[in-house]
Design a protein around this ligand. Structure first.
Ligand code: 1GP
Length: 247
């Protein structure tokens, strides 16, 4: 059977780049999240991510179960910490915040989560998570207690991405942070794309299909949006992003 990671690679292969919709369980009632998921699938999104830097939500497992029951596209966990694990997902981004120097975010939470993931038989996708400065302090930055990479320092970003690749990571996630004032700069994406062969996920502060298209042109393999849909979902919204992102 094909793994979720292989499904992601296939999406990139067939469509040039993939579009992923992020659901933060805290942001809206579960019914609304289900509605967003169904619309995402109907309008051409390729996968759903579920997670958040900090969750007040108490029925994470039930949330993931209900989203999984609502769609056929992959449902992938994007955990803020080791409590955000559910057997109902197709896979989990097994992330290390490689842009930071906080041992708990580099390996501590992973040690907490690994045995649970093993026991649940959940597919881990090794992901190097890189926070990039985005104009204001984001929840991801504050909660992870790490400093983001300066926006203008593409060379530093390239070195981190290469280190992630050489450590065997299967994805690099370039993150400006949810609700970022500025998304990850195109120049930084292009610089990493030039040197690294690992698929790049780019997210945080992407507010329009045009912006998403620019990121794909720069070298992003997957685009993630969260806030832009949660704040005002209209018919055709997701389709416009999918159209801009897909070849
Ligand atoms: C956050 O990359 C995601 O991890 C999405 O960010 O909510 O700003 O779209 P936004």
């Amino acid at each position: 059977m094909i793994t979720t990671y292989e499904r992601l690679l296939r999406i990139k292969e067939e469509k040039g780049a993939g579009y992923i919709v992020l659901l933060d369980p805290d942001k809206q009632p579960i019914e609304k999240s289900i509605e967003i998921s169904k619309q995402a699938e109907a309008e051409g999104a390729d996968a759903i991510f579920i997670g958040g830097s900090l969750l007040f939500f108490t029925i994470f497992d039930e949330f993931v179960k209900q989203i999984k029951q609502s769609v056929d596209i992959p449902v992938i966990l994007f955990p803020g910490n080791a409590t955000q694990i559910s057997k109902h997902a197709d896979a989990i981004l097994f992330m290390s915040i490689i842009s930071g120097r906080n041992p708990d975010a580099l390996i501590g939470q992973q040690v907490q989560g690994a045995p649970v993931i093993k026991m649940l038989n959940l597919e881990p996708i090794s992901t190097g998570y890189m926070l990039v400065e985005s104009g204001k302090t984001t929840s991801a930055e504050f909660m992870s207690n790490t400093r983001p990479i300066p926006r203008e320092k593409s060379d530093i970003a390239v070195a981190h991405a290469l280190a992630g690749e050489f450590l065997g990571m299967k994805l690099i996630y370039l993150e400006a942070g949810s609700g970022a004032a500025h998304p990850v700069p195109d120049e930084m994406i292009a610089a990493i794309y030039k040197y690294s062969s690992v698929p790049l996920i780019v997210g945080g502060g992407i507010k329009s299909p045009e912006m998403a298209e620019q990121k794909v042109k720069a070298g992003a393999s997957f685009i993630v949006t969260g806030n832009v849909l949660e704040n005002g979902l209209k018919n055709g919204n997701i389709a416009a992003f999918a159209k801009a992102i897909h070849r």
